[in-house]
Design a protein. Sequence first.
Length: 297
Amino acid sequence: MRRRGFTIASLSTVAIAAMGGGLALMGDSFGAGSPAHAAPQGAAATHLTYSGELTQGGWIRGTVPAGTKALSLDGQPVPVASDGAWFAAFDRDAGATAMLSMTAVDGSVTRQQIAVAPRAWHIENINIPRKPGGPTEAFMELRRPELARIQAARAMQTSAQGWREHFIWPVKGRISGRFGSQRIYRGEPGSYHSGIDITTGTSGTPFVAPADGVVILAAEKPFTLEGNLLMIDHGMGLNSAFLHCSQILVKEGDHVKQGQVIGKIGMTGRATGPHLHWSIKWEEARLDPLLFTGPMN
Ligand SMILES: [Zn+2]
């Protein structure tokens, strides 16, 4: 349980700046009276700084001073790069506040409470019962090794640096499905949409890597649900998955650069038409790709 309002060093200054089409909050928890700022690039940070999309399905990036012993978000360890930079994120169903906790070089612990803005998810109430019964044993026989492979891919740690970047759209088109939307079947919630769907109206449209990364899964044959599945690790526990591809143009272990063509849109697996389903996860948190790219234009 978190204790509300428990902060050793309260926000001295808070600046709200428009960033990437959303609200970005930049806080400086140390040095009372000093203006809020992010550490200049290349210079050693002297404060805990952060900015991001502080909302459900959003992200937070920041820096810690040299020698910082540990950083955690709601008790979950947050890895810190050698230059003091870090990345963390807020699950689709994250609570209203999150606690950032930093153990300094001298062992002192500073806690910073972060307000996580709620989202109004698109909820559709449907007056039909949810499909009765679970998956068949025949289906699970196919499914188990696929799930194991996805899990193994997500467990891989690579040196990818994409987590530092502002993401770009893998492809532009019509957004045909939004992250987080959910159907409720006579009061029983179905699983929510875990990514964003982009359609160009056709199969075969190339799509690019939204950020630098390492290919951690490139299906040789279609998975039952995801079809030809491509997964890219962006480092620090952050990864992207691209579903239903007609073609995958990279192989496992490849290092890809932001903007590099990595596959082609299709409708393999469970899809009613050609589209790219793009999902992003940080550790176990499911995230909204729209909060990484800003609106499409
Ligand atoms: Zn989708």
